[in-house]
Structures are given as structure tokens and as C-alpha cells.
Design a protein around this ligand. Structure first.
Ligand SMILES: [Cu+2]
Length: 277
């Protein structure tokens, strides 16, 4: 994995810059004058339809030009508010500035939709979000802390401490039938793509892939490294997309920050006397 070490800072992950206090995105439908308009989607479970959205710019007109980031012009993340039902998809843009893709819900509840885009001229990545309600009986799940997942025959685990307020290194390992998987293919500019959301407000953390940058046609594994910073103590949902034999799989983890007793919320944590709020 160290055969082709990074010669510089990875150019694909410079989106949110180094601004202190800007560690999360994805809690607002507006950023820098760019506004995520209402998200259209089927209103009930099992109804085949389309999910679509439009982003308007500071001038109020739909944005029709986007820059490529992580190999795509837009990344859509959809997750239910309890952290389940995660999907990471890439919609298609029409000339009028409308992004869409075929869509069907599998479970009722309220979902968060994140559009991760770089409007041409905006100069930076934006993560705009709105909620979508899906009718039906909703039984929220209460995710336990879990650092391993089994998906499509792969066993995936995450190692490393997520500490609040400072950069954390996380190593994700993929095995199959007890054997390390060394055939991870480049996916979205790295050997896997990690999304981290904060339980409570589903804020979207900035995550850097670490280590060697992928070379087209080369494979890696079983370890993939990332760095992220949990802005506050508490619980986080992690979603790791990886590609093997052209197929993308998603593993899910739930982590609590270390140094924080079990499942405290950040509100509880402030009573410890950090005095930051
Ligand atoms: Cu994407």
C-alpha cells in the first residue's frame, strides 16, 4: 500500500478548506446564497418514481453548471433521521438545472437529503440539505455502537478512536471469508469513500482519505485510511462505500467519541466544564 506514496497533499479533498470552526456542513438548505429548493420524491413506500431537486444560485436562477468533485458533478446522500437507509447516489442534470434519478422508498420516516456539489463559480464545495417525509408507520431504530459490519459477504471493520475536537485517524479493513481483500478498486478518488454524520443533527463531517492516491487500474486493500474530526462529543454514523469487481458496497458503523462517557449528548458534555458554549 505504500508503493506509491503521496507526493503532495491530495488534490481531491480540499473542499472545505482549513477554516477553524467549519468542521461540519450539511445542516442548512442554504450556503453562500446557494439554495436547495424543495426535493421532490415519492411520498409513500414502494411507489416507483423519481427523486429530483434544483439548486438556485445567489441570483435566484437555477444553477446549470457544476464542477466535478470526487469524479462526479453531484453526490446525493440520503439517510433516514435515525441513521438507517443510507444511500449515496449520483443523479443526472438536465439543461434547466434539475437533478434527478429513479427513486423508491423502502421504509417510512423522515429522510435527510444532502446535495454535495460545487456550483461553477462558487469556488468551493457546498453541502445543502433538506428533509423529505415518507408516509407510513415509522419505527425508529436505535443504533448500537458497532465497529464491524457484514455486507454482501464482506466483513468490514473500523479501527481508531474518534476523539472530539481533534483530528482522528480511522482505518477501515475489508475481509472476505477471513481473508484480507486486496482488490479494492478506486472509487470516487480513493480506495473507498467515507461519510460521517453526527447523530442528533446529522451534520455532515469533512473526511479526508489518507495514504496513497489511487492509480487507475490498480487495486489496494485490505486497509483504507481516513482522517476526520468529530466537532463535539457524542455519537457518529459512518458509511463506507467500497468497490470490488465493479460492484459498490456500503458498510455502516456507529461510533461514540472516546473520552466521553457512553452516549452523552454534546449538551451533557458541556456540563463537564469545557465552557465552550
Ligand atoms: Cu458520490
Amino acid at each position: 500500500m505504500d508503493q506509491h506514496t503521496d507526493s503532495g497533499q491530495d488534490p481531491v479533498e480540499t473542499t472545505s478548506g482549513n477554516h477553524a470552526g467549519h468542521l461540519v456542513q450539511g445542516v442548512s438548505m442554504e450556503q453562500n446564497g446557494y439554495l436547495l429548493q424543495e426535493v421532490a420524491a415519492p411520498g409513500t413506500i414502494g411507489e416507483a418514481g423519481e427523486l429530483s431537486l434544483t439548486i438556485t444560485g445567489p441570483d435566484g436562477a437555477p444553477v446549470t453548471e457544476f464542477d466535478t468533485s470526487h469524479e462526479k458533478d453531484a453526490h446525493l446522500i440520503v439517510v433516514r433521521t435515525d441513521g438507517t437507509g443510507y444511500r449515496h447516489v449520483h443523479p443526472v442534470l438536465d439543461e434547466a438545472g434539475r437533478w434527478s434519478l429513479p427513486w423508491q422508498w423502502e421504509a417510512a420516516g423522515t429522510y435527510r437529503v444532502y446535495a454535495d456539489v460545487v456550483p461553477a463559480g462558487a469556488g468551493k464545495n457546498l453541502t445543502l440539505t433538506r428533509t423529505v417525509d415518507v408516509a407510513g408507520a415509522f419505527t425508529p431504530s436505535t443504533p448500537e455502537v458497532t465497529v464491524t459490519d457484514e455486507v454482501d459477504g464482506f466483513q468490514v471493520s473500523v479501527e481508531g478512536d474518534l476523539s472530539a475536537g481533534s483530528a482522528s485517524d480511522l482505518t477501515i479493513s475489508v475481509t472476505r471469508d477471513g481473508q484480507p481483500v486486496t482488490t479494492l478498486e478506486p472509487y470516487l478518488g480513493a480506495y473507498g469513500h467515507l461519510v460521517a454524520l453526527r447523530a442528533g443533527d446529522l451534520a455532515y463531517l469533512h473526511v479526508h482519505p489518507e495514504g496513497a492516491e489511487p492509480v487507475a487500474g490498480e487495486v489496494s486493500g485490505p486497509d483504507v485510511e481516513f482522517a476526520t474530526t468529530a466537532p463535539t462529543p457524542g455519537r457518529y454514523y459512518l458509511y463506507f462505500d467500497f468497490q470490488v469487481d465493479g460492484q459498490v458496497h456500503t458498510a455502516q458503523f456507529t461510533l461514540d467519541t472516546t473520552g466521553a462517557a457512553d452516549t452523552r449528548t454534546s449538551a451533557d458534555a458541556t456540563s463537564e466544564g469545557h465552557g465552550e458554549h
